[in-house]
Design a protein around this ligand. Sequence first.
Ligand SMILES: Cc1cc2nc3c(=O)[nH]c(=O)nc-3n(C[C@H](O)[C@H](O)[C@H](O)COP(=O)(O)O)c2cc1C
Length: 193
Amino acid sequence: MKKFILCLLAVLLIASFAAAAQAKSLVLVFSRADENYQVGYITKGNTMILAEMIAEKTGSDLFEIKPAKKYPADYDTCIDVAKKELNQNVRPAILEDKDISEYDTIFMGYPIWWGDLPMCFYTFIEAHDWNGKKIYPFCTHEGSGLGRTERNIGNAAKGSEVLKGLAVRGATAQNNRGQAENSVDSWLKSSGF
Ligand SMILES: Cc1cc2nc3c(=O)[nH]c(=O)nc-3n(C[C@H](O)[C@H](O)[C@H](O)COP(=O)(O)O)c2cc1C
């Protein structure tokens, strides 16, 4: 009997290790380079800098959402295009899709645009099944923090659990990577990673 119980415990232990090894996470990000507020012309978007840090620290895959029609490089023009998209509640086409069925944890990274997610992010969210997935939102911004995005993600990604998000100033991510990394580290730690 004792032998049987020991065997059973061993099997359960191995099964739980196997399940943990299979749990996969994904960093899903949209980020725009070119001209931006406070940072001028940049070659890597502010949010992408955080996304790469998070992917590396958590061993996650990374997938970039790319709109089929690139947003204007000029900041003021981009602001106008984004405002129009928000007001008209459009879903801009994206270049490539990603199967997210194998991931149970998704880090969602985006810049705050008019207090919200860029509309192309909704295009991706609404095309997928979020049942049972854990979402950790993170953003860069220049004053709005996470804005309305945590609530809006919860409404769009039905069946998911949206956990505490991270907001970092875009200029900090771009020009003060040490400080940005500290914010990422403490957020990941407090989120149990
Ligand atoms: C179209 C557009 C709208 C923006 N709206 C806001 C806003 O409402 N609140 C805010 O704090 N920052 C806003 N910003 C600033 C961006 O959130 C910030 O620069 C961010 O770091 C850009 O990230 P990215 O380089 O990854 O695209 C806006 C920027 C753009 C281009």
